[in-house]
Design a protein around this ligand. Structure first.
Ligand SMILES: Cc1ncc(COP(=O)(O)O)c(C=O)c1O
Length: 356
């Protein structure tokens, strides 16, 4: 007999696919880790499971322990909402997801998926709730998405503060986010017998890039190139000076800390974020800014040429992987990630926009 007892056992162990058509003639061989095959449709299943299991052990930022029947919360407009909801559905745990409504451009399938898994999905508080009129004026030219995100985190931190049975998972700072993603690196290492010459992926929290690279480091593997990717025009946590940046040309967004300070989100002003840990650990070597058009064109090719029904950030990942494969040349292996399924964007982005 060969069966599993819980859908949680279906998380991970994803295939690694060699891109024989898109990769043809590029020089190096191109491989993609098919993370969209995780049960809720993205690689976030891994981190959601790791963060919830840590909370069950009481391994949280404030030592609070998740009891059976307890509640976890966080804010998300992306893949964390379905993933966390999926994990909680499989366990006897409730999830409250606060959503940055202004960041969604219409009907979000990701929130429908989260609700289908039984999560309590609500709108996150807006920045005006935490900023005075003068402060709002001072931040009016800053990245709007970041302003909503920090307000959403304030909302989650207040939920935790006001309810003894609620744990705020805080995915942007929670080390179990990148520790959960480490398994991606362990699996890639085994699948390629340790021969990885370049690895990179889109950076939101930074957890996938950091976790994968740390797994390689622990196994004594140092790829020649590690790279991060961000969408052109919506650099949320990272700021890039130009479209391709070396080590001294990309920076952690300082606006994030200033907003956290202004809104009173103390944890975000005193602790290290995952991006801080990633930069201190020396990753990545390069950062690329990719336009929606480039990401879309490659995601469409992944669909029509390789049969991979993926979202735009996967397209961005592969678009950069192709550039790296051309640079490295024959005999090298370039690896990146297929992050999620495209159908979760159809209501909002019928024309396919690259977001992380
Ligand atoms: C579509 C998509 N791409 C990329 C990322 C970035 O992943 P990470 O947070 O591990 O850096 C996310 C995470 O939110 C995502 O949802």
């Amino acid at each position: 007999m060969n069966f599993i007892n819980s859908m949680l056992e279906a998380v991970g162990s994803t295939p690694l696919l060699k891109l024989n058509k898109i990769g043809r003639g590029l020089g190096a061989d191109l491989f993609v880790k098919l993370e969209y095959l995780n049960p809720s449709g993205s690689y976030k299943d891994r981190m959601a499971l790791a963060m919830v299991e840590a909370a069950e052990r009481g391994d949280t930022w404030n030592g609070r322990k998740l009891a059976s029947g307890g509640t976890v919360c966080d804010s998300s407009a992306g893949n964390t909402a379905p993933a966390l909801s999926f994990v909680c559905a499989c366990k006897d745990i409730k999830a409250k997801i606060a959503v940055y409504r202004p960041m969604l451009r219409g009907d979000s399938a990701r929130l429908k998926i989260a609700s289908a898994f039984g999560s309590d999905v609500c709108e996150s508080s807006l920045p005006e709730q935490y900023l005075s009129a003068e402060q709002s004026e001072a931040f009016k030219d800053e990245n709007n998405d970041l302003t909503y995100i920090v307000a959403g985190k304030m909302h989650s931190s207040e939920l935790e503060r006001n309810h003894d049975d609620v744990i705020w998972l805080d995915q942007i700072y929670n080390p179990y986010n990148y520790l959960g993603q480490k398994e991606i690196g362990n699996e890639i290492f085994d699948q390629l017998d340790g021969k990885v010459d370049a690895f990179g992926c889109s950076v939101g929290s930074g957890a996938t890039l950091l976790g994968t690279c740390l797994a390689f480091r622990e196994k004594g593997l140092t790829p020649q190139i590690t790279y991060g990717v961000v969408p052109y025009g919506s650099e949320v946590y990272m700021q890039l000076d130009k479209d391709e940046c070396g080590r001294n040309e990309f920076h952690h967004s300082d606006i994030m800390r200033r907003l956290a300070k202004a809104m009173g989100l103390v944890k975000w002003t005193t602790e290290k974020s995952i991006i801080d840990v990633m930069l201190e650990a020396g990753y990545p070597d390069l950062f690329f800014r990719i336009t929606t058009e480039e990401a879309r064109a490659m995601a469409n090719r992944l669909c029509s040429e390789e049969g991979i029904y993926c979202g735009m950030s996967s397209g961005a990942n592969v678009a950069v992987a192709c550039k790296i494969a051309e640079r490295l040349g024959k005999g090298k292996n370039v690896v990146t990630v297929i992050v999620d399924r495209r159908d979760r964007y159809l209501g909002e982005y019928p024309n396919d926009v690259y977001i992380v």
